[in-house]
Design a protein around this ligand. Structure first.
Ligand code: FAD
Ligand code: NAG
Ligand code: NAG
Ligand code: NAG
Ligand code: NAG
Ligand code: NAG
Ligand code: NAG
Ligand code: NAG
Length: 507
């Protein structure tokens, strides 16, 4: 029932301009693709999000001389690439509907942006007013400009300046510094995934990959437990930390600690996004990787026929692929695998993103004027609260603002009419957003069947972000090159000579 929900929702947000550029894109891809008669090995990638597009990119990048002998197909059930990176059009303006914010140490995303000549966009305002709502009152509020706090969206920015901010320090004290130190340690471990090939093995499992960087233990305990051990005060955990995990993952501090730490990450400032939409990273990578892109084509079965896989799509086509990469969460899909796969059960957290152009109702928040409502209204953990956060994305004028609301369940009109005094436009998107994080995490394998069927999103139990998808995809590309292409005659002897050290792996 949920199968097409997020897909269908995402496709309703396509703008005319995007359709046009994709149309050109499709034509280009078709005319540039190598002829179907080529005897080359084919890598088939299911999903055109940042994971699938990154696998294609790194396959090309790491085997530049075999470009003509590896054929890459990407299948995308929607009419647009990017998956959970998508924009929404509200009142003629474009906003990120899914993944919105990147961190300054998201080095793959930064490199993509440079390579593709995309423009970096900084958040429109570096700081914003925050209020923490408990359902009855704002238990914490920074409204005026002298007490504004740095921008929180996906990652919390500038934890240091939080600590420096008198109002925050008064409430949370030195715990803020302990939180920062916890986050910094985690980020410093994560950046090991950018080390040179010589220093960084190819990982066959998520467990191995996380253990190597010293991150595995964080997946075995809850964020709450880790932060108590790190000496954070219960007040900071219940309020600010909870606010952030709820905004980023729709979950409480009982989520596993690695994903929790990722959501707290960031200390140097410099949050960014791609001007015009983060989805353009996926579009550009696909465009630059000599990929045959199949839009509106949903894969419904993957059969292992010994020497190759046979993929059938809902459009009635059959494809033969030597290597198959699943670059989408399998949890809500019913792709039929033969032989059947057995992977650990995982539920996705659904996040409902509701966009409203209008004006919040101050009375709902017990205030006299809409101008007194903080730009970000966040919430503590309470199952009775109908929403997780409300943020003002853009103020058109004093009575006309575009807001983004996150909630765990859909928001009906009656509720919206009590929260808003005016509502000119409402757009609802239901995302199968990210895994529900439970410690200890149990990871699906990267190699699903011991053959050449790979799963990028096994890594999502560690954390779900644009960058973690890219990091997992890079490892999958190396796994494919080491396990498949070093064994078959693809004219790769040159690659092998220099590639052996890059792609060494214990087979
Ligand atoms: C509301 C929200 C906010 C977020 N905020 C941030 C943020 O600020 N920063 C950040 O870094 N991350 C954020 N994330 C997480 C981030 O979006 C994801 O981790 C990342 O985009 C996942 O990319 P992916 O390529 O692995 O999967 P996806 O982007 O989901 O791509 C999978 C693709 O596969 C396609 N597909 C599925 N099944 C089939 C099939 N059978 N055949 C063909 N195609 C198929 C889907 O249509 C989809 O396009 C957010 C996510 C959500 C939902
Ligand atoms: C702004 O907030 C600061 C600190 O909370 C306070 O001292 C100051 O009076 C406020 N200014 C206005 C104009 O409300
Ligand atoms: C990003 O690009 C630069 C310049 O090409 C390169 O030196 C660096 O290793 C790249 N970073 C990653 C994470 O690939
Ligand atoms: C992870 O936990 C194990 C067992 O408790 C411990 O031996 C190891 O040192 C820990 N690793 C890290 C990086 O903290
Ligand atoms: C694809 O690449 C070509 C040239 O490299 C460029 O002109 C075009 O705008 C790109 N399209 C997309 C959708 O990125
Ligand atoms: C896929 O399609 C082929 C050709 O139509 C068919 O023979 C095969 O049985 C199909 N496989 C599955 C699993 O449906
Ligand atoms: C690749 O290198 C390995 C070890 O260096 C060697 O055993 C193997 O035969 C080489 N493969 C090819 C295709 O040259
Ligand atoms: C790939 O080809 C280029 C030019 O054709 C050559 O300079 C380079 O050395 C080759 N790389 C490998 C790994 O063989």
């Amino acid at each position: 029932m949920n199968k097409l929900e997020s897909g269908a929702a995402a496709s309703t947000v396509i703008t005319m301009a995007m359709m046009l550029s994709l149309f050109t894109f499709l034509l280009l891809s078709v005319s540039r693709g190598s002829p179907d008669a080529s005897p080359a090995s084919t890598v088939c990638i299911i999903g055109s999000g940042i994971g699938g597009s990154s696998v294609a990119h790194f396959l090309r990048k790491y085997s530049p001389n075999s470009t003509s002998s590896i054929k890459i197909r990407i299948f995308e059930r929607n009419g647009i690439v990017g998956g959970r990176m998508a924009t929404v059009n509200v009142g003629g303006e474009t906003f990120e509907a899914g993944a919105s914010i990147l961190h300054p140490k998201n080095f793959h995303a930064l490199n993509y942006t440079n390579l593709l000549k995309l423009k970096v966009k900084k958040p429109s305002s570096d700081s914003l007013s925050l209020g923490i709502w408990d359902g009855k009152k704002l238990i914490f509020k920074t409204v005026n400009s002298s007490s504004r706090i740095p921008f929180i969206q996906f990652f919390i920015d500038k934890v240091v300046s939080f600590a420096n901010s008198v109002i925050m320090f008064a409430r949370y004290g030195f715990s803020l510094l302990r939180m920062q130190s916890f986050v910094e340690t985690t980020v410093n471990r994560f950046v090991r995934y950018y080390e040179k090939f010589e220093a960084r093995p190819v990982f066959r499992t998520v467990d191995e990959m996380l253990k190597w960087a010293g991150l595995y233990n964080l997946t075995t305990r809850t964020l709450g437990e880790e932060l108590i051990d790190a000496g954070l005060s219960p007040l900071l955990i219940q309020e600010l930390v909870t606010v952030i995990t709820r905004i980023n993952y729709g979950q409480s501090v009982s989520m596993s600690a690695l994903a929790g730490a990722v959501s707290l990450a960031g200390s140097g400032g410099g949050l960014w996004s791609v001007e015009g939409g983060n989805w353009q990273m996926a579009a550009g990578l696909i465009n630059h990787s000599n990929v045959k892109l199949h839009l509106h084509e949903e894969i419904e079965s993957v059969s292992n026929l010994g020497d190759y896989y046979e993929l059938n799509s809902t459009t009635g086509n059959t494809y033969t692929c030597e290597v198959v990469v699943v670059a989408t969460p399998l949890d809500e899909l019913n792709i039929q695998f033969t032989p059947p796969l057995s992977i650990p059960e995982r539920k996705l957290q659904h996040t409902h993103a509701t966009f409203v152009r209008g004006l919040l109702n101050p009375a709902y928040f017990g205030l006299h004027a809409a101008s007194k409502i903080p730009e970000l209204v966040a919430t503590i953990e309470d199952p009775d609260l109908p929403f997780t956060s409300i943020s003002a994305l853009k103020q058109h004028n004093k009575k006309d603002v575009t807001y983004k609301i996150f909630s765990r369940t859909p928001l009906d009109d009656k509720l919206l009419d009590s929260i808003f005094s005016a509502r000119r436009e409402t757009i609802r998107i239901n995302w199968g957003a990210y895994p529900q994080y439970h410690a200890p995490e149990v990871f699906a394998p990267f190699i699903l069947d011991g053959g050449h069927l790979y799963y990028v999103n096994a890594f999502e139990n560690a954390a779900s972000t644009i960058e973690t998808s890219a990091v997992a995809a890079e490892n999958i590309a190396r796994l494919i090159l080491s396990r498949f292409f070093s064994q078959v005659p693809l004219g790769l002897s040159k690659l092998n000579a220099s590639g052996e050290k890059y792609f060494h792996v214990d087979l």
